[in-house]
Design a protein around this ligand. Sequence first.
Ligand SMILES: [Zn+2]
Length: 248
Amino acid sequence: MLHFIVFCLGTVTGSFLNVCIYRIPLGKSIIYPPSCCENCGHRLKPLELVPIISYISLAGRCRECGSKISLSYPIVEVITGILFLFLFNRFGLTYDLLSALILVSILIISTFTDIEHSIIPNKIVVPGMAAGFLTNILLHPDKLPYCLLGFLLGGGSLLLLAVISRGGMGGGDIKLFAMIGIFFGLKLTALSLLLAFILGSIGGLICIIFNLKKPKDTIPFGPFIALASIISLFFGNGIISWYLEMFF
Ligand SMILES: [Zn+2]
């Protein structure tokens, strides 16, 4: 029962993340107006606001004007629900859970704004950095130096790459990884960097092999950064100790 409630809370949060994903890149307020159809402005009624179920019952179309509702809405809601559930299982009812929920929510927003608008907004990443520092000051003040090092490692590595590749890495990616570094500290940031480049290379190859992108096209890196960080969040410590046992 508790798990079901956590999943539902996740989908409701996902619904709010959708508002952020759609409105922040357009410079719109995330508070006003309340949720409405992007096409005709029809205000959503309470039943049309229920995550996932409303999309299914409306068959993916606005009740008023019949325009299509993007499939990314229910996808974000499902992903957020599932991740909230897994994080609850991983961390239990602790303050670390709160920190992880904030991080994952920001990663989900960044992934979808990067896919749909090719940007990772400052309005998401900068408050995320503040939240990262704040949760660490409150929860693990002893680890604060590692947060600063994580910030420098995450942001610095990508900044260096951006300079070497002359703009091959976007400013949003650099700031996003700096933010992840604050949450993760040194070890998990290093692992996330490694995983992000491995996943990014595999993703790039798959896009080229299946003709989804041409070799010259840019592929958003944000989703790979997010995926790598989520893997690190769940399995990072396990992967690192496995690696150390294998080679040392
Ligand atoms: Zn409409």
